[in-house]
Design a protein around this ligand. Structure first.
Ligand code: FMN
Length: 329
């Protein structure tokens, strides 16, 4: 059994947390991960009204009595506004969720210190997902309970500093006293063992959870992730200040061509629109939308349940750490 500051903080079996995933982190997947001994995630941006968002949290509670996180993404968006962010924070405090994953702008700056303090008073652990030492240091100073150190390999929106997980994790571990969780490039027991060896207290992963029988993504996409390798993602949208990492496909070629031509937001937004991505996950169309997965797809070789995945990761990590310690003479 692996015991860390993260397993102790949340009372969970494995130090493995699911990262926010727009359209995919729904109650079913969230509860399956938490029931399997990890930490599930409800991604707030999936819900536009207070009723829907509160309903999703309550649905998870019907499916599990274990803790789970809520992911609140504070990035420029046409659909999700600052009123939504305030509503998410209010509902999280009222529902007393176990933790919040904040990404993009820090919550204390976006909502103000008062809202941040009321979440802390409700006993909610708040983690900021950061891609740099300076942001981790801010999180510690502002009173966050921990940081997710997200390397450039990650899916979603890696910070434009472009620092890899291997370098970022120990840099942040050396720079703050609050627990650090490694994000980016994690998909198996070896990467969990590596993160722990770098000084992290746990890992966060997202792409690996798509290729599980508990995720609602279409089977075509799950099988595509099994087929694709680590060199088959690319960075997009750096030119418009919204860097993302996505699976190479037809629509990504169109986005990159538009960027090369210097076309702005007007040409690019329709190609990366949320509804287009939602439809692709549902219908299984691998070519027609940005699928924001990370380089970790190189380590996805099968579609299994979350329960099997987390048990396998822990067993492999323990075996890997034992093997590594045998090297010591
Ligand atoms: C399909 C997908 C959607 C994502 N959506 C979000 C999001 O809405 N907000 C966010 O902060 N991160 C998002 N991410 C990033 C993840 O939370 C996590 O940081 C990243 O994927 C970790 O890298 P990995 O996928 O290689 O494990 C998304 C990732 C994926 C794969």
């Amino acid at each position: 059994m692996i015991k860390t500051a993260i397993t102790d903080m949340f009372g969970i079996e494995y130090p493995i947390i699911c990262g926010a995933m727009m359209w995919l982190c729904t109650p079913r997947l969230c509860a399956a991960i938490s029931n399997a001994g990890g930490m599930g995630n409800i991604t707030a941006g999936n819900y536009e009204t207070e009723e829907e968002f509160r309903g999703a949290i309550r649905e998870v509670r019907k499916l599990t009595d274990k803790p789970f996180m809520v992911g609140i993404t504070i990035l420029p968006s046409v659909r999700i506004t600052s009123e939504h962010h305030a509503m998410y924070a209010k509902v999280c405090a009222e529902e007393r969720v176990a933790g919040i994953e904040v990404s993009g702008s820090p919550l204390d700056k976006a909502l103000g210190k008062k809202a941040f303090e009321s979440l802390k008073k409700a006993g909610i652990k708040i983690f900021h997902k950061v891609g740099s030492v300076r942001h981790a240091v801010h999180a510690q100073k502002a009173g966050y309970d921990g940081v997710y150190a997200a390397g450039f390999e990650e899916g979603g929106h890696p910070l434009g500093d472009d620092v890899t997980t291997m370098v970022l994790t120990p840099r942040i571990v050396d720079s703050v006293k609050i627990p650090v969780v490694t994000v980016g490039g994690i998909a198996d027991g070896r990467s969990l063992a590596a993160a722990l060896a770098l000084g992290a207290q746990g890992v966060m992963m997202a792409s690996r959870f798509i290729a599980t029988s508990d995720c609602d993504a279409h089977e075509n996409i799950k099988q595509e992730l099994v087929r694709r390798q680590e060199n088959e993602t690319t960075l997009i949208c750096k030119s418009i200040g919204l860097q993302g990492r996505a699976l190479k496909n037809k629509i990504i070629c169109e986005v990159l061509t538009a960027e090369e031509k210097g076309l702005g937001l007007e040409a690019i937004i329709p190609l990366i629109a949320g509804q287009r991505i939602k439809k692709a996950w549902e219908k299984g169309d691998v070519e027609d939308a940005p699928l924001m997965v990370g380089q970790s797809i190189g380590h996805i070789h099968d579609v299994i349940s979350c329960k099997e995945l987390l048990k396998r990761m822990q067993d492999d990590a323990v075996a890997q750490l034992r093997k590594a310690s045998d090297l010591i003479r």
